[in-house]
Write a protein that binds this ligand. Sequence first.
Ligand code: SF4
Length: 184
Amino acid sequence: MVSRVLLHLCCGPCTLYPLKVLREEGLEPVGFFYNPNIHPYREFRKRMAALREVSQVRDLEVIWHRHYGLRDFLREVVFREEDRCEVCYWLRLRETARLAREGGFEVFTTTLLYSPFQKHELLREIGEALARRFGLTFLYRDFREGWRKGQEEARQLGIYRQAYCGCIFSEQERYDKKWRRRRA
Ligand code: SF4
C-alpha cells in the first residue's frame, strides 16, 4: 500500500481539510508549496505565513518554493488571459509531479481539489495527464464536500483567509465593480 503522498498546497486554509482526510485514510502527506500565481508580493508573503502556521499546528512537513513567481507566471499567461486558470493548473501541478518523481513519491495530489471556486474537472484531467506523463498516480479526491468544515476550522484557528484566488487578474475580478459588470 502506498502511504507517501506529495500534496501540493495552494494555501493554509485549503490545507486543513484535505490533510485530515488523507491522514484518516492512513496516508502520510508531505506538503509542497509552489504557487507563482499569488500576487502581489505582500499577499504572497502573507499566504506563506498562514501556511507556516498550519504546518506547525498540524505537524506537516512542507517543501517550500519561496521564489516570488510574478514574472514567470505572467510570461506563461500573456495573450492567454481568458484561459489562464488552465495554464496556472498545468504550471503548478507539473512542478509537483516533477518533484514527486525526483523525490521518490509515487503519488501526488493537490489542495486545489478542495475549492468550489476552481475548475474541478479540469484539475482532475490535468492531474491524470501529468500522472501518465511522469509515471505516477494522481490521487483524485473530491475534497469540496468538506469546504464548510475546513473554513470553520481555519476561522477557529485564526488563520488568514484570502479574499481572492491569487493572480492579479483574480484580484481585479474580486474588487473592480466595473469589471464585474462587464463580465455579467
Ligand atoms: S484565477 Fe486562480 S487559478 Fe485562475 S489563473 Fe488566477 S490564480 Fe490561477
